[in-house]
Ligand binder design. Structure first.
Ligand code: 5GP
Length: 182
């Protein structure tokens, strides 16, 4: 499982890791957030209205869900069940609360936290990304501070200072974890 404050470079790292390790089954989360320009429904997220999302919660379709920055995000239970049954390795990109929830149910899960070199760098990256309003950026910075203190419960923290180094480290961590459990 991969977590990071938004703007930490996690999405690019995740996508590159998936290219290098195509056997990892990526769990596409559901969200009530509106899609960003480049995002594709069913690939990046399964985009749901708030109403449908809340119905899915009642119907217990999520293995975990959380309210992150005012939007709802959840991991679909069926996908996880099906892939675990087939003995596949699953990659999740979820927030700290969700990751710790899953770790409780699956204690052997590997938790990797991608940290920015500093909060100041994170803020700069979020502004440069240009996808969030100032208000959202403020919220994301506040959440990031909390998330970074929760990172002590993770198996590994990777500081994303240099992208290629962080990618190599991430791949190494995942491969040695896979070797250790197989
Ligand atoms: P973003 O809106 O930037 O795509 O994602 C915001 C945060 O929600 C990120 O930290 C991301 O990891 C988290 N997130 C995405 N999907 C899920 C999910 O299914 N469950 C939980 N708990 N968090 C998620």
């Amino acid at each position: 499982m991969l977590s990071a404050p938004s703007g930490g470079g996690k999405t690019t790292l995740r996508d590159r890791l998936r290219k290098r390790m195509p056997d990892l089954q990526y769990s596409v989360s559901a969200t009530s957030r509106v899609p960003r320009d480049e995002e594709v429904d069913g690939k990046d997220y399964c985009f749901l209205s708030g109403e449908v999302f809340r119905r899915w919660i009642k119907e217990e379709k999520f293995i975990e869900w959380a309210n992150v920055h005012g939007n709802l995000y959840g991991t679909p239970r069926m996908f996880i069940k099906k892939n675990l049954k087939q003995g596949k390795d699953i990659l999740l990109d979820i927030d700290v609360k969700g990751a710790l929830e899953i770790k409780k149910r699956f204690p052997d899960a590997l938790l990797v936290f991608v940290a920015p070199p500093s909060i100041a760098v994170l803020e700069k990256r979020l502004r440069r990304r240009g996808t969030d309003t100032s208000e959202e950026i403020k919220k994301r910075i506040l959440t990031a501070t909390d998330e970074m203190s929760a990172a002590r419960n993770y198996n590994r923290v990777i500081v994303n200072e240099n992208f290629e180094d962080a990618l190599a480290e991430l791949e190494g961590v995942v491969r040695s974890y896979k070797d250790s459990i197989s």
